[in-house]
Write a protein that binds this ligand. Sequence first.
Ligand code: SF4
Length: 281
Amino acid sequence: MSASSPRKAKPHKTVQAHAPVSTNAPAEVPQHVQAKVSSNVQAEISSNALPEISATLQADVSLNEKPVRYIIQNLERTYGVPENRRAADPLDMLIGIILSQATSDVNSHRTFAALKKRFPTWDAALRARTATIADTIRSGGLANQKAEVIKSVLRQIKDEHGTLDLNFLHDLAPEAAVDYLSQFRGIGPKTVACTLLFACRKDVFPLDTHIFRILRRVGLIPQKCTDKRARAIMDAVVPSGKFYSFHVNLIRHGRALCRPREPLCERCPIAEYCDYGRSLI
Ligand code: SF4
């Protein structure tokens, strides 16, 4: 069986479609997390008219049986407790993350520095031609595309607020901040989540291919799961204040042990909580 391919999942306890959502969860899942899971899933269910969607979301309630706190603790013991030292200006962060797409960290840092050197203020970048921005960030790849997104984001912020400043995001609730950033053309859910988690320290969970792979193997999200559903599950089950640690340590774990091919389950600190790991015993 391939570790990365969908496999027959261990049966979760599920509730019947349209039955009341259970808030039963093991003792290790604290009350406020259980309540958050229940209310978030209920909200999604009530906002969906399609019965089959309601049924799958209700089935997700069983996912809160995973002891997320212990998983986070074990990862922290292995990889450390990451500190978010990146807290920064939200607009700087948003543009930095746009530049980081499809390139290495080194390249994206270099192109961000080049952009800041050429345009010391974002107003100066807004006044520049898109082609000039693209030339400045050429070494980071997808330069024309990224330059268009940057220019259009800057223009929209300036038109809406009269100033190029996203610091008001600090004062918004996570959901409202997500809604605000999601409206921009060319800004995807991962960029939104990274901006809010890294710059504003909000409880929003960024997902990428590697994190998806680990969460599926562990059984924290179903094998078949849309991005939106996975985000709703993670936002519900991760304890407040642990989003950054869990996100960073999952990335470290994906590089060190839970690799795309041949994961090193025998050395894994969360094997006892992992559906895939337990299937090997
Ligand atoms: S036991 Fe650990 S390394 Fe193996 S699949 Fe699960 S999380 Fe990945």
